[in-house]
Design a protein around this ligand. Structure first.
Ligand SMILES: O=C(O)CCC(=O)C(=O)O
Ligand SMILES: [Fe+2]
Length: 269
């Protein structure tokens, strides 16, 4: 199964749900987003899940900000993973998403900057954050996240669900179940705080991530920011520490616009 054949399925699914998803995405008063279930035939989604590498073969990211395993250097792994990720970059998929979201000039990211695959198991989490504003070359704005979940039988009570903080960190988040064979498309702006709730279950939550960029930001303004993590409402001390972390890393970025560390979370071709 190659990326074009996988994209055939994704495109057909989007076409079927097209007008419903436009309405869902446009709903007022929340982080613009929509959900597509049963994206691929079940057996294919399962094949993608089964192709996931062991967490030991991935890069661990562990700090107060997050605890998860990621990989973007896709030629190191089972090729079905690379095919599946790039299926979401097929021009037909990009154009359907542009029509649904109304965002013109969408650009898929072949370098998978900060994207690729992620695996989270017991006690993994992702604290509330806004995503980095730009692509790796700092030339286009990040505007959409495409998150495709592939763990079969993942239950809501396991945790590890996506949370969208529609009313900011003072409000309650909207929880989106990281259900098997589900795609979540969400907008990324300067205020689109989101997180992954801590996992309470012995199992692994696997996700394929694609990020789309555009020459202009969603609000039409010019800005730059790094990924900015915060504490959850009950994590007062962690929030103070993470605010300090944002201030420090932002200051360094002002001095060294390309960052001080070599880019690690990209697909080096
Ligand atoms: O794994 C998820 O559901 C969310 C990941 C995330 O925050 C991101 O890709 O920006
Ligand atoms: Fe994110």
């Amino acid at each position: 199964m190659n990326r074009t054949e996988l994209a055939d399925y994704i495109t057909k699914r989007l076409d079927l749900l097209f007008s419903e998803k436009i309405e869902e995405f446009c709903q007022y008063g929340r982080i613009n987003s929509f959900i597509v279930d049963d994206v691929l035939p079940e057996s294919l989604a399962l094949q993608i899940y089964n192709a996931f590498p062991k967490k030991e073969e991935m890069i661990r990211k562990r700090s107060l900000r997050e605890n998860k395993y990621v990989a973007a250097q896709m030629n190191l792994y089972n090729p079905i993973l690379e095919e599946a990720i790039y299926a979401f970059q097929d021009l037909r998929v990009v154009s359907r998403l542009s029509e649904i979201t109304g965002i013109k000039d969408l650009i898929a990211d072949k370098y998978l900057y900060a994207g690729g695959i992620s695996l989270m198991d017991k006690d993994c989490f992702l604290n509330p954050h806004i995503d980095n504003s730009h692509d790796k070359d700092r030339s286009n704005y990040r505007v959409l996240n495409l998150l495709y979940y592939v763990t079969p039988n993942w239950k809501l009570e396991y945790g590890g669900n996506l949370e969208l903080w529609d009313n900011g960190l003072k409000g309650k988040p909207r929880t989106i179940w990281s259900k098997f064979n589900r795609l979540v498309v969400m907008i990324t702006t300067r205020s689109s705080f989101h997180s992954v709730s801590p996992i309470r279950h012995e199992g692994q939550r696997c996700c394929l991530s694609n990020y789309y960029f555009s020459p202009t930001s969603i609000d039409g303004e010019e800005y730059f920011h790094i990924t900015a993590f915060r504490g959850r409402p009950e994590q007062k001390l962690r929030d103070i520490l993470l605010r300090g972390d944002i201030a420090l890393r932002s200051a360094i970025r002002k001095l060294v616009p390309k960052g001080i560390l070599p880019l690690s979370h990209v697909y080096k071709k």
